[in-house]
Design a protein around this ligand. Structure first.
Ligand code: SAM
Length: 735
C-alpha cells in the first residue's frame, strides 16, 4: 500500500467530500507508484517502475503480509487453503487479499456514488463506514456497531485497551498521512491542472490508418500517460468546454481506451467492454480500484462462536480488526495481524472463514430459513454453503453441489471445519438438476463467471478473457439459471426463491442472464434482494433494454463500496414451469459432452416432491406397464373430474382415458395461470390430491409413483413416452 492510501471500510461509502473531487491520482506521492506498478503488465509500466520506484517494501504478491498505511510490513504467514473462491479459476482464492490491506482512495474520483440512491437509504450505514470511524468518539461508534447483533450485555462490553490503543495509533497515523497526502495532491493538482478555461491537449496530431490518434507516450513515460488519462477524463466529463475544436467525443474515448490498455495492462477487448459500463470518470475509478486489493475480511461462524468472542480472541493474539460495517452482523475487517490468519487456533476450530465481504451478499439475499431444503448449485469451496448453514442454525438440509470433484473436496473440508451438519455434498453438473432432485425451498446459483469483478485478486483476467468466453459463459449461466428455477418448489410455504450471483460486472453475465430467465420462465419474477446497499442493475445500457424490474438486482463495484465486483439477483417462483417451456440443456453441452437430458426436448422437469428413486431403482426399473398405467390414469382423471364437480362415472371409460392428456394439459395450463398466495394454495391442494391418489393406488412402486405424478402433470411428456412405448423402446436413463 502506498503511503497516503486510506484504510477504507467496506460497504456503503461515506458521503463525498466535494473539495476532494479534483484530487488526482496521478499526483499521488512517489511511494504509491510501485504499488500500482506491481500489477502492471506493460513494458511501459515496468520501465517506469524501474525508473521511478524505490525498492518495494514487503511485496504482497504471495499474500503473506498485512500492513497498514505507511507502517512497515509485518511478517505474515502464507494464507490457508482457499475458503472463499468466487472465480472459476482456482487462482482467484478469496484470500489473495492477505497481502496489503489497502483501499482505493478513490473518493477523489468517486462520482460513481454521487447519484447513488443508497446514499440516503440508510444513514446508519454511513455512520459506520469510512475510515474516520476511529476518531475521538470511536468508542461510541464501536458500541453502536457491535450492539446490533449481539446481546445487550455484549454490547456494553468494551474492546480491550490494547486493541483500542492499537487502532487509535493506527488511525492517528492514517489521518496524518491522509492529510499530508490531500494537501500535497491538491497542491500538485493545482499546479498541473490546466489554467482555468484552457483546453487540455490530449489527442495526438498523428493518426493511424484508421484515423485514430497515435500515442507516443505509451512506452515513454508512465506519469505522462497517467496525466493524459486524467485530462482525457476531464474532457469527457465536460466535453463542451474542454474538448479541442473539431475533435469528437469518440476520439477522446478511443484515446482513453488506448491509454487504459497501456497503463493498466488490459486487452483492448476487455478494457472496451468495461469502459462501456460507466461514464469516463467512473470507469477510471473502476480501473484504478482494480489495482489495489480489497481489505481482508473474515466471517464469524455463528455455529461455533459469536462475533464479539471471536474478535476478542483475535485481538488477544495481536490482530487489529473492526466489524466490517453495520450491514453485516458477522464480518470482521482485519487491519493488521501478527499471526497467520489461516492457522490460528480459532481458524482451525472453525470459528471463522476468510471470505470476501461481497460474498456475504448473495447469502444475505437468499435469506435461508430454519428447516428449509436449500440447494447450493455451485458450492465449492463452500464459503456460501457454510454461511447458509449458519443462518439455518444447522437445521433443515442443504444440498451443496459442485461439478468439480477436486473443488468439492475443499468444500467438504470447510463443511467439517466449520461444524456444518445439515449439508449433503453432491458432485453433479448443476445442469442435471432438477432431474437429480427438485422441490427446494431456495436455490443459490453462484455461477461460474469471468471474474471481471475480482481483477484485483486475479490480474490475469485483464488479458486472458476472449470474446468466446463472453459467449460460452453466459450460455452456461443461462442454462444453469433455468435449472435453478426448475429446481425450486413454488409451493414452498417459506421460500420459493432463487438467488443468482456472479463476481463479474459484465452485462452478458448478469442482466442478460436474468432477462433470459424472465423470458423463458414466465413463472418467475424479480424481487427485492433485501440488501441495504448496492447499485441498481441496468434497465438500459448500450442499446440493450431490460425489464424494468431489473433495477431490483444489485451491482457492487470495487470503486464504490470497496468490495469485489459482484452482481446479485433474487427471483421468486410463482408457479410451475409451463410444460412447453424451453428445457435446460436444449442444444447445450455439458463439459463438452452432450447432456443425456438433451434427448427429450419437451421434458421440462419441475417437480415439487423429491424423486425417491435412486440409481439402483433407476437401473432395475424395467419399463412401464401399460395396463397398470391405464388404471392409474383413469383414477387420476376421475379425481380431476371430481375436483371439478363432474361425475366421472357419467363419462365412458374410453373417453376418459383418451382425455387424460388433455385434462393434464388443462390442469397444467390452469396452474400456470395461477398467481399469488391464493392460487398457490389451490395448486398446492391440487397437487396434494394428486399425490394422495398416487399413494393410495395399490401395487404402484415408488419409482412409478414419481413417474406417474410427472405424467399427470405433463401432458406433453405423456405423449412422447407413450410414443416411445409404442415403438417398443425401453425407458432410457435420460428419462
Ligand atoms: C463462483 S464458484 C462458487 C463459489 C462458491 N459458491 C463459494 O461461495 O465458495 C463457481 C463454482 O461453480 C462450479 N461449476 C462450474 N460449472 C458447474 C456446473 N456445470 N455444475 C456445477 N458446478 C459448476 C465450479 O467448479 C466452481 O466451484
Amino acid at each position: 500500500m502506498g503511503q497516503g492510501r486510506r484504510m477504507k471500510k467496506q460497504g456503503p461509502p461515506e458521503p463525498l467530500d466535494e473539495s476532494l473531487v479534483t484530487r488526482k491520482r496521478k499526483d499521488a506521492p512517489p511511494a504509491a507508484v510501485p504499488e500500482r506498478t506491481k500489477r502492471s503488465r506493460t513494458d511501459a509500466r515496468e520501465k517506469a517502475a524501474a525508473k521511478a520506484a524505490p525498492p518495494k517494501k514487503g511485496a504482497a504478491a504471495n499474500g503473506a503480509k498485512t500492513r497498514v498505511n505507511g507502517k512497515p510490513a509485518k511478517k505474515f504467514a502464507p494464507p490457508p487453503p482457499s475458503d472463499d473462491d468466487d472465480v472459476l479459476s482456482d487462482s482467484a482464492d478469496g484470500i489473495d487479499g492477505l497481502g496489503d490491506v489497502n483501499v482505493t482512495g478513490l473518493d477523489a474520483l468517486g462520482s460513481a456514488s454521487e447519484d447513488d440512491e443508497d446514499l440516503d437509504m440508510d444513514d446508519d450505514d454511513f455512520a459506520d463506514s469510512g475510515s474516520d470511524v476511529m476518531d475521538s468518539d470511536t468508542e461510541v461508534k464501536r458500541n453502536v456497531m457491535w450492539s446490533d447483533d449481539e446481546d445487550e450485555e455484549d454490547a456494553e462490553e468494551k474492546l480491550t485497551a490494547a486493541n483500542i490503543e492499537g487502532l487509535s495509533r493506527k488511525l492517528d497515523m492514517q489521518r496524518a498521512v491522509e492529510e499530508a497526502e490531500a494537501a500535497a495532491e491538491l497542491e500538485e493538482a493545482n499546479l498541473q491542472t490546466n489554467i482555468a478555461g484552457e483546453r487540455p491537449k490530449v489527442l495526438e496530431d498523428e493518426e493511424d490508418e484508421e484515423g485514430r490518434p497515435i500515442s507516443k507516450l505509451v512506452t515513454q513515460d508512465i506519469q505522462l500517460l497517467r496525466t493524459r488519462l486524467n485530462d482525457t477524463v476531464r474532457v469527457l466529463d465536460d466535453f463542451k468546454n474542454l474538448a479541442e475544436e473539431g475533435r469528437s467525443r469518440a476520439e477522446y474515448r478511443a484515446q482513453m481506451l488506448k491509454d487504459i490498455c497501456a497503463y493498466y495492462g488490459y486487452s483492448e477487448f476487455l478494457a472496451d467492454k468495461l469502459l462501456n459500463l460507466f461514464p469516463a470518470r467512473e470507469a477510471f475509478a473502476f480501473f484504478e480500484a482494480n489495482e489495489t486489493p480489497r481489505p481482508i475480511v473474515i466471517r464469524t461462524n455463528t455455529l461455533r462462536t459469536h462475533r464479539r468472542e471471536l474478535a476478542q480472541s483475535l485481538i488477544n493474539r495481536g490482530v487489529q480488526l473492526e466489524p466490517v460495517g453495520k450491514w453485516s452482523k458477522v464480518g470482521l475487517q482485519i487491519f493488521e495481524s501478527q499471526v497467520p490468519l489461516g492457522a490460528t487456533p480459532e481458524y482451525l476450530a472453525g470459528h471463522y472463514i476468510l471470505q470476501a465481504a461481497s460474498s456475504f451478499l448473495p447469502v444475505m439475499a437468499l435469506a435461508p430459513q430454519e428447516n428449509e431444503r436449500v440447494l447450493d448449485m455451485t458450492a465449492a469451496p463452500g464459503g456460501k454453503t457454510t454461511h447458509i448453514a449458519a443462518l439455518m442454525k444447522n437445521t433443515g438440509c442443504i444440498f451443496a453441489n459442485d461439478a468439480n470433484k477436486d473443488r468439492a473436496k475443499g468444500l467438504i473440508g470447510n463443511i467439517h471445519r466449520l461444524g456444518v451438519k445439515n449439508s449433503i455434498v453432491c458432485n453433479y453438473s448443476a445442469l442435471e438438476f432438477p432431474r437429480v432432485m427438485g422441490g427446494f425451498d431456495r436455490v443459490l446459483l453462484d455461477a461460474p463467471c469471468s471474474g471481471t469483478g475480482v481483477i484485483a485478486k486475479d490480474a490475469s483476467v485483464k488479458t486472458n478473457k476472449t470474446e468466446a468466453d463472453f459467449m460460452k459463459l453466459p450460455h452456461l449461466q443461462k442454462q444453469l439459471i433455468l435449472a435453478a428455477i426448475d429446481s425450486v418448489d413454488h409451493h414452498s410455504k417459506t421460500g420459493g426463491y432463487i438467488v443468482y450471483s456472479t463476481c463479474s460486472v459484465t452485462i452478458e453475465e448478469n442482466e442478460q442472464v436474468i432477462q433470459y430467465a424472465l423470458n423463458k420462465r414466465p413463472n418467475v419474477k424479480l424481487v427485492e434482494a433485501g440488501l441495504t446497499f448496492g447499485k441498481e442493475g441496468f434497465t438500459k445500457i448500450g442499446g440493450k433494454i431490460f425489464h424494468p424490474s431489473m433495477k431490483m438486482t444489485r451491482r457492487y463495484y470495487p470503486h464504490t463500496y470497496n468490495v469485489d465486483g459482484f452482481f446479485v439477483a433474487k427471483l421468486k417462483k410463482t408457479g410451475p414451469t409451463p410444460a412447453n417451456a424451453v428445457g435446460v440443456n436444449e442444444a447445450s453441452s455439458n463439459n463438452g459432452k452432450k447432456s443425456s437430458s438433451t434427448v427429450v426436448n419437451t421434458e421440462v422437469v419441475d417437480k415439487a416432491p423429491i424423486r425417491d428413486e435412486d440409481e439402483d431403482e433407476e437401473s432395475t426399473f424395467g419399463g412401464f406397464d401399460d395396463e397398470e398405467d391405464q388404471k392409474y390414469m383413469e383414477r387420476a382423471q376421475a379425481k380431476t373430474m371430481r375436483r371439478k364437480g363432474k361425475d366421472p362415472k357419467a363419462v365412458a371409460p374410453k373417453a376418459q382415458s383418451n382425455g387424460v392428456a388433455k385434462e393434464a394439459k388443462e390442469a397444467s395450463a390452469e396452474e400456470t395461470s395461477l398467481n399469488g398466495v391464493e392460487s398457490t394454495e389451490k395448486v398446492s391442494s391440487k397437487k396434494e390430491k394428486k399425490q394422495k391418489a398416487v399413494q393410495e393406488a395399490p401395487n404402484v412402486s415408488e419409482a412409478k409413483v414419481t413417474k406417474a405424478t410427472g405424467t399427470s402433470k405433463k401432458g406433453v411428456e405423456v405423449e412422447s413416452k407413450a410414443a416411445r412405448r409404442k415403438s417398443g423402446g425401453k425407458k432410457s436413463k435420460a428419462q
